[in-house]
Design a protein around this ligand. Structure first.
Ligand code: DC
Length: 236
């Protein structure tokens, strides 16, 4: 096993914010959770928050293709998010939705919901509240650019389209009937919507370190991000 990087004084890490952005299936969750665990930091999956709001809209028969209707209901769902990397959790109106938010139904509706500015405003405010004074790894699409532009460490994770589709197909529960081709097409559609929307599209922050997880394994990515994060925490 590779040696663990030395930790700086706990004080330096308590204000550290590590932003991990990138497209679907690029390895953000494994990387962000792995880094949080390794460094003893909290972990926030902002994609789960957009998925939870989407789940709520679907359950309340809100037409997710109607941006005006989604905006009108943006204040409806009451979200609670757990930031323990060992057991991340998200609930809406006191219902634990950690599993249902991973269905294809939610995956295929989430880009439309997350493109609505009223939804983003509400979730970004909640995300900043959770981030607080730091000590956290946050994954998403707009963390380094919008949610935490002052984060000391920003990672933009990418991977080839084939690799990303393979990972997502493995992630999907068996009975959801998604073949590799279907997953690849759905991912491509979601990436296109997430990258071309008007409100906070997926873009790489100018000061982010780009890492291609097709070329190096996720363990190595985690190792590298921890090393860089520790250097930056020590320097700040
Ligand atoms: O990371 P994920 O695939 O679970 O994210 C689900 C969707 O949520 C993604 O398609 C776009 C949206 N999202 C966003 O708009 N901004 C974020 N910070 C995180 C996710």
């Amino acid at each position: 096993m590779a040696p663990r990087p030395n930790r700086p004084a706990p004080g330096a890490l308590s204000t550290l914010v590590v932003a991990v952005d990138g497209p679907s299936g690029s390895g953000k969750s494994s990387t962000a959770r792995g880094v949080a665990r390794r460094l003893g930091l909290r972990y926030l999956d902002t994609g789960a928050m957009y998925r939870a709001v989407t789940w709520w809209m679907l359950r309340h028969d809100v037409d997710v293709g109607d941006a005006v209707a989604v905006a009108a209901h943006a204040g409806g769902p009451v979200l609670r998010v757990g930031a323990d990397p060992e057991q991340p959790s998200v609930s809406v109106d006191d219902v634990d939705v950690s599993e249902p938010i991973r269905t294809r139904e939610v995956s295929n509706a989430v880009s439309a919901v997350s493109a609505v500015p009223e939804v983003r405003r509400r979730l970004v405010a909640l995300q900043r509240e959770i981030i607080g004074s730091g000590g956290i790894v946050v994954e998403g699409r707009d963390i380094g650019t919008v949610v935490a532009p002052d984060a000391q460490m920003k990672v933009f994770l990418i991977a080839s389209a084939e690799e990303r589709a393979q990972r997502r197909t493995r992630d999907l529960v068996a009975d959801q009937g998604a073949t590799l081709n279907v997953t690849q097409a759905e991912l491509a559609r979601r990436d296109r919507l997430d990258s071309t929307r008007a409100a906070s599209p997926l873009t790489k922050a100018g000061d982010a370190v780009e890492i291609d997880s097709t070329l190096i394994g996720l363990d190595e990515v985690i190792e590298l991000v921890c090393k860089l994060a520790i250097e930056r925490a020590g320097a700040s």
